[in-house]
Design a protein around this ligand. Structure first.
Ligand code: S3P
Length: 160
């Protein structure tokens, strides 16, 4: 099992797809799987049922994961200690991006419920999570200024 973690916009989905091709493990996008099970968009889940409901679904998903896959997680999966412990069962790869990279990529994004407020609010969320990503990670990959191909190669090299 390979878990990809990192802040929103760090490239988890792109790299997970490419890693899946390289490793032959199937690829799962956790947000998408939760949306399918719940029959609801994450945005609507946050609005209608609240963040904690979504967080419960994340934990449930991790608990029920049976097969070896490349899992692209949601950026907040590291918030719960229980999730961090569950992921220790596999290799946790942290795609580490600088704040500037995230800002560049997510400017104009209106889909993500927690990418909201003014820049200082967003930066605060980013800063608050840095330690948790580090804590959960087995492998840390700096992604700034690298192509998806370069990042994928680096991950594959570090998995050996
Ligand atoms: C979240 C990140 C999102 C999604 C949800 C909450 C977060 O996933 O799970 O909107 O708390 O950082 P991405 O990291 O794929 O954007």
């Amino acid at each position: 099992m390979i878990y990809l973690i990192g802040f929103m916009g760090s490239g988890k989905s792109t790299i997970a797809k490419m890693l899946s091709e390289k490793t032959n493990y199937p690829y799962i996008e956790m947000d998408q799987a939760i949306e399918e099970t719940e029959g609801m968009k994450i945005r609507d889940m946050f609005a209608g049922k609240g963040e904690q409901y979504f967080r419960d679904k994340e934990t449930e998903f991790l608990k029920n994961l049976k097969n070896d896959v490349v899992l692209s997680t949601g950026g907040g999966v590291i918030l719960r200690e229980e999730n961090r412990a569950l992921m220790q069962e596999g290799t946790v790869v942290y795609l580490k991006a600088e704040w500037e990279t995230i800002m560049e990529r997510l400017t104009g994004d209106t889909d993500r419920p927690l990418w909201k407020g003014d820049d200082s609010e967003k930066k605060k969320r980013f800063d608050e999570r840095l330690g948790l990503y580090e804590q959960a990670a087995d492998v840390v990959i700096d992604v700034d200024q690298k192509t998806p191909e370069e990042i994928t190669e680096e991950v594959v090299g570090r998995l050996k």
